[in-house]
Design a protein around this ligand. Structure first.
Ligand SMILES: CSC[C@@H](O)[C@@H](O)C(=O)COP(=O)(O)O
Length: 367
């Protein structure tokens, strides 16, 4: 997508041929800064401290992190150490394991001397694959938005609510939940997006709003608690969210608060769609609530918010009284029964094992 009119991805190999560059997402929306990753530890830190975040981008960064590690030491021991270090960075998005497995499977049989170049090429290929997948997800979602637009009075926008950031910043390009929105907007279909703030880290306000503003997509920032009210008053035509891990049975794990939006959508008859690239499907898991590991992050993210002061400085403010404990489960699971449909690169399917298996017969067996 464009940043200040320039086509930009979220991660790319640097011109020096020895490092990787990323957009530092902890600085957005008030500062736009590029960070350089030179080592395995840089890549691991970028993921765990959320300079990069979002399931597909976590996977892409991990693949490049393997490259940085193998450039320094291509031995079997270093390969194992890099895999384990990156795997430990964040527990919920399954794209991390998927990308690490892709790299390990591809380069383990190679002689050490050949491993770094092969990993660099594979990381670049995974990034290109992600862009193509997300574009295809957008095509599937565009059809839904077009159908809804046809039911509206001329000129009235399709109102779409999204939670967190499943935008191009969460992927290599296009985003998952936002890809249909960008494609509808670019096709001249009037759309308007309700952007959930997404406490505690505010990915909605910090990242999704910034993206939509850059692309000229009409949107409105709302607090996390407003969605149900808007749905009761007919102001939401559909919800589209992303996912960090979707089970083989269609349960959807996504940013904390997604489940509440799904409940409100269900109660109000608002269609609730989940956009996902196939690497986000965990074919080994049946029951999302019981089996998916939910990341617990630090209390500081809950007790503090960051934003722009009237002096134009970025500052962090404590909200609750000093001494009040805080809990920070970062994700929740929306049971498949609350999901209207799954938007994948192979099209739309019901949130069921049969639905997923029909689109992805090569993966269909679950244990
Ligand atoms: C296409 S991204 C899908 C999800 O990864 C996204 O919705 C989300 O929950 C991101 O969480 P984050 O904690 O910011 O990594």
């Amino acid at each position: 997508m464009n940043v200040a009119g320039k086509p930009t991805r979220t991660i790319w190999p640097a011109a020096d041929g020895a490092s990787v560059e990323i957009i530092d997402q902890t600085r957005l929306p008030h500062r736009y800064e590029i960070a350089t990753l030179r080592t395995l530890d840089d890549a691991a830190h970028a993921i765990s401290a959320m300079l990069v975040r979002g399931a597909p981008l976590i996977g892409a960064t991990a693949a490049y992190g393997m490259w940085l590690a193998l450039r320094a030491d291509p031995s079997d021991a270093a390969l194992t150490h890099a895999y384990d270090t990156l795997y430990a960075t964040r527990p919920t998005a399954v794209n991390l394991r998927w990308a690490l497995d892709r790299v390990r499977t591809a380069v383990s049989p190679l002689t050490p001397a050949d491993r770094a170049a092969a990993t660099r090429d594979l990381a670049a290929a995974l990034c290109d694959e992600d862009v193509a997948i997300n574009h295809a997800i957008g095509q599937a979602g565009l059809a839904l938005i077009r159908d809804l637009a046809a039911t509206k009075p001329a000129g009235q926008p399709v109102n779409i609510l999204t939670h967190c950031n499943a935008g191009w910043l969460a992927t290599v390009d296009w985003g998952t939940a936002t890809s249909p929105i960008y494609q509808a907007h670019d096709a001249g279909i009037p759309v308007h997006v309700w952007v959930d703030e997404t406490r505690p880290r505010n990915q909605g306000f910090h990242l999704t709003a910034w993206e939509l503003l850059n692309h000229g997509v009409p949107h409105t920032c709302i607090v996390d608690n407003a969605g149900g009210h808007l749905m009761q008053h007919g102001q939401v035509d559909l919800v589209i969210v992303g996912t960090d891990r979707t089970t083989a049975t269609g349960d959807v794990c996504n940013k904390i608060g997604t489940y509440l939006k799904a409940l409100a959508a269900h109660d109000n008859g608002v269609p609730f769609y989940v956009a996902l690239p196939s690497p986000t499907i965990d074919w080994t898991v049946r029951d999302g609530v019981r089996e998916i590991p939910i990341e617990e992050r630090g209390a500081h993210e809950v007790t503090h918010v960051s934003g722009l002061t009237t002096d134009g400085e970025v500052a962090s403010l404590q909200i609750p009284p000093t001494g009040s404990p805080a809990a920070n489960p970062a994700f929740d699971v929306t049971p498949a029964r609350l999901v209207t449909g799954l938007l994948t690169e192979r099209g739309l399917c019901p949130a069921t094992h049969a639905g997923l298996a029909q689109l992805f017969p090569d993966h269909a067996q679950i244990s």
